[in-house]
Design a protein around this ligand. Structure first.
Ligand SMILES: Nc1nc2c(ncn2[C@@H]2O[C@H](COP(=O)(O)OP(=O)(O)OP(=O)(O)O)[C@@H](O)[C@H]2O)c(=O)[nH]1
Length: 243
């Protein structure tokens, strides 16, 4: 009797503390999500593709809404960005990999083990970037299978630079769609990061929806920590309000 009274008191206290926490204003203006989750869920996305296809431009477009013309090709960064998708507040962690590897950087497998969702980018005017997709998908699938995370990651294929398509297109939309099927990608989009802010954002938002559908519970923080320590030592993290 006494035990159950104490248990009930503890439970009521826990409930009132958690609802009080949920109602507190969050630091940096982060609100409780409208879906009712007190804390935003996190998704880790790795962006892969040959050099110069627009990986950095796409990530920066999503995070800052701006198109910035040129970046250091060796720059690898993890962008952290919090935003709403369908009334739910989501933490996006986006690893922008360098298309040209230098011998001191982490291996591609190391980086892929960190990821839970993958965006493969090619340039619709560049045949090599299209051919390179096979190798990248192979490495990402292999690395993910070694990471022992118990869900199929979300795969997305993006053909970028459609603003150049009228005169310079080499890969047709149908070829892109067909390759998405061959690579078992869940989502295929053609976009112009340069001309459209919305097209870049929709890639990340649709990716989140697909991820949430196939993985209702995110990996635990202890699972995530296993893959973090080597990566986060070597790749700088940039919060979106600092971009
Ligand atoms: N026309 C056009 N150019 C683009 C578009 N997106 C990116 N670019 C340009 O393509 C070049 C390469 O873009 P990045 O974002 O640096 O490409 P990346 O894939 O990150 O390249 P690496 O860092 O070498 O791997 C830059 O000059 C961009 O301005 C686009 O949608 N249209």
């Amino acid at each position: 009797m006494w035990d159950s009274t104490v248990l009930n008191m503890q439970r009521n206290r826990a409930i009132s503390v958690s609802s009080a926490l949920a109602n507190l204003p969050r630091p940096n203006g982060i609100r409780r999500s409208l879906s009712g989750n007190a804390f935003p869920r996190t998704i880790r996305i790795v962006v892969l593709g040959a050099g110069g296809v627009g990986k950095t431009a796409m990530a920066v477009r999503f995070v800052t809404k701006r198109f910035i013309g040129d970046y250091d090709p060796n720059l690898e960064t993890i962008y952290r960005h919090t935003g709403f998708v369908d009334d739910e507040l989501i933490n996006f962690e986006i690893m922008d990999t360098a298309g040209q590897q230098d011998e001191h950087s982490l291996t591609l497998e190391d980086k892929c083990r960190w990821g839970e969702a993958f965006i493969f980018v090619y340039d619709v005017t560049d045949k090599y970037s299209f051919v390179e997709l096979d190798r990248l998908k192979f490495v990402a699938s292999y690395s993910h299978s070694k990471s022992r995370l118990n869900f199929t990651p979300c795969w997305v294929l993006v053909g970028n630079k459609t603003d150049l398509a009228d005169h310079e297109r080499i890969i047709s939309t149908e070829e892109g769609r067909e390759r998405a099927r061959e690579l078992s990608c869940h989502i295929f989009r053609e976009i112009s990061v340069k001309e459209s802010m919305d097209e870049a954002s929709e890639v990340f938002e649709d990716l989140w929806r697909e991820f949430a559908r196939r993985c209702p519970r995110s990996p635990s923080s202890s699972q995530r920590r296993k893959f973090s320590y080597r990566i986060q030592d070597k790749i700088p993290i940039l919060n979106s309000n600092a971009c």
